[in-house]
Every structure is written in structure tokens, then in C-alpha cells.
Design a protein around this ligand. Structure first.
Ligand code: NAD
Length: 272
């Protein structure tokens, strides 16, 4: 995916259009700094300009919004990310809403989430897009299959469930969450299980139908180590396919951000 993006960036450059990805990072959460650094590295490698705005944790909401607005007005910026979560006391939703929908690399602006519900073109949320690309790449049959998505956040679980059920993808989707009383009862019915709960070890072998495909979105730090939401060793013995953490969905999220950014740049170039 990243090679494809690099080719599209190079093609735009020959037409005099550069492609820029900007990030807004507030505070000093080490994990967020690592995520943002990885996004910039990937953008650089794809030949994009990357713009890194770092604000201190004690910044005001108005200053965060002003930083977003200044990137909205910056012609070098085609795609933008506000790295969530913001530190306590700041409103991440308001910051995302301040991003111009046409520059929304994460696909999380309410306007773009509306386009998703309407099944109209627009940038799609990056993590669920990355998950779909994994399933497509490995030839996992989705149409007519039963999929369970564990988690209902606006960032991952909810858009994931919508995308899997969209016409043309056609899974029959069940959305599980923290109030689902018997998780195994629903997951054991599933051909595809997507876990985005932020609970290490949540999905165990007894939750999985033999041969089912398991996608682990979780990223949790346990004793300094990055782990997913799935008991990888146990579930691998039952599943027909499984993604690792790290090295599974995370890199695909970044690749999807780059796709949203180059698509935004192509739309801009078409208007020029
Ligand atoms: P969130 O905390 O906003 O949402 C978690 C969801 O999981 C909630 O909807 C909740 O109902 C559900 N849940 C919690 N405990 C549960 C349980 N015991 N059983 C069933 N459902 C349960 O989190 P989020 O932002 O959606 O992120 C989920 C995980 O995915 C986190 O570990 C996060 O770090 C990771 N994540 C990874 C990427 C990536 O690129 N790999 C991107 C975004 C988020």
C-alpha cells in the first residue's frame, strides 16, 4: 500500500503538486509520541511533506483549535491528524471537528462519518480501512459471512461494523461491547472476529470457532511490552488466520492514513 501511495505522490509531483501530512500532538504521552513519529516516518518514505505540530500539555482548548485552523489554511497540508486522546481537560472531539473535512486523514470528522453511514465516497476511518485491506489481501471471504466486532468506539468498533455490513462487503455483523453478557456465545458463531476493546487477553481459544479469522486491533502496554486483546498463542491454535500485535493492524492504520492523504491531494489537484 505504501509503495502504491509513493507512486501516486510522485505522479502528483510531476504535475507540480506536493502532498503534505500534518499531525497535531498535545502533551508528552510516550505512546502517542511513538505513533506520531511512525506516521511521519511513513509519510517521509512516501515522499510526502510532513508537518509536526507539538503543543504542551497545559495548552488551552482555543490554542489547540487555532493550531488546527492554521493547518486548515496551509496549502501544503492535504491530510491532518489530531492525535487522540488529548490530555485531560481538553476536548478531542471539538479538535477533530475543527479539522476541514476535506483534510481529515483519520476519516473521523462527523461529516465524513456521515458520508460513511450514507455509503457515499469520502475518507474512511483509517483503522477499520486497514482491517478490511488485510482481509481482502489474504482473500478472506466476507460476503455472507458472520462477523463479530468487539468494541463500539467511534474510532474503531462502530465504523468497523458499519463498513463490514456495507453493500458490496456484505457481512452479517454483530457488535459486541462491554455490556454483552456472554461474549463467547456471539463470537463462537463468527467466521470473522475483530477485537478492538483495549483489554489484553480478552479473546481466548474458547471464544473462537475453529477456522475463524481473528483480527486483533488492541494495543496495550503490559509490563512495558506491546500486546493486543487476543491470547495470540492460544487462539492461533484454533483460528484459521490471526493478526499479530505489534505488526498487524497498526502498520495498516498508518498506510490507510497515507491513502486518505494522497486521495485528498488528488482531489485538490483535480480542482486546480
Ligand atoms: P475505547 O476504550 O474507546 O473502546 C473500547 C470498546 O471496547 C468499548 O466500546 C467497550 O464497550 C468495549 N469493551 C471494553 N471491555 C470489553 C469487554 N470486556 N468485552 C467486550 N467489549 C469490551 O477504545 P478504542 O479507541 O476503540 O481502542 C480499542 C483498542 O484498539 C485499544 O487497545 C487501542 O489502543 C487500540 N487501537 C489500535 C489502533 C491501531 O492502529 N492498531 C488504532 C486505534 C485503537
Amino acid at each position: 500500500m505504501r509503495a502504491e501511495v509513493a507512486e501516486r505522490v510522485a505522479a502528483l509531483k510531476t504535475r507540480g503538486k506536493t502532498v503534505g501530512l500534518a499531525t497535531v500532538l498535545v502533551g508528552d504521552d510516550p505512546a502517542s509520541h511513538v505513533y506520531v513519529r511512525n506516521k511521519h516516518r511513513a509519510a517521509d518514505k512516501a515522499g510526502m511533506i510532513s508537518i509536526d505540530v507539538n503543543l504542551p500539555a497545559d495548552v488551552s482548548q482555543e490554542e489547540v483549535i487555532a493550531a488546527v485552523q492554521s493547518l486548515n489554511a496551509d496549502d501544503r497540508v492535504d491530510g491532518m491528524i489530531v492525535q487522540l486522546p488529548l490530555p485531560d481537560g481538553l476536548d478531542g472531539n471539538a479538535a477533530v471537528e475543527a479539522v476541514l473535512p476535506s483534510k481529515d486523514a483519520d476519516g473521523l470528522h462527523p461529516y465524513n462519518l456521515g458520508l460513511l453511514i450514507l455509503d457515499r465516497p469520502g475518507p474512511r476511518p483509517a483503522t477499520p480501512s486497514g482491517v478490511l485491506r488485510i482481509l481482502e489481501h489474504y482473500g478472506v471471504a466476507i460476503s455472507g459471512k458472520r462477523a463479530v466486532v468487539i468494541g463500539r468506539s467511534f474510532l474503531v468498533g462502530r465504523p468497523m461494523a458499519i463498513m463490514l455490513g456495507t453493500k458490496g462487503i456484505d457481512a452479517t455483523v454483530v457488535q459486541a461491547h462491554s455490556r454483552t453478557p456472554d461474549l463467547a456465545a456471539v463470537t463462537l458463531e463468527a467466521d470473522i472476529v475483530i477485537v478492538a476493546a483495549g483489554r489484553p487477553g480478552l479473546l481466548r481459544p474458547e471464544h473462537v470457532k475453529p477456522g475463524a479469522v481473528v483480527i486483533d486491533v488492541g494495543t496495550n502496554r503490559v509490563d512495558g511490552k506491546l500486546v493486543g486483546d487476543v491470547d495470540f498463542a492460544g487462539v492461533s491454535r484454533v483460528a484459521g488466520g490471526i493478526t499479530p500485535v505489534p505488526g498487524g493492524v497498526g502498520p495498516m492504520t498508518i498506510a490507510s492514513l497515507l491513502v486518505n492523504t494522497v486521495e485528498a491531494a488528488e482531489r485538490t489537484a483535480a480542482l486546480e
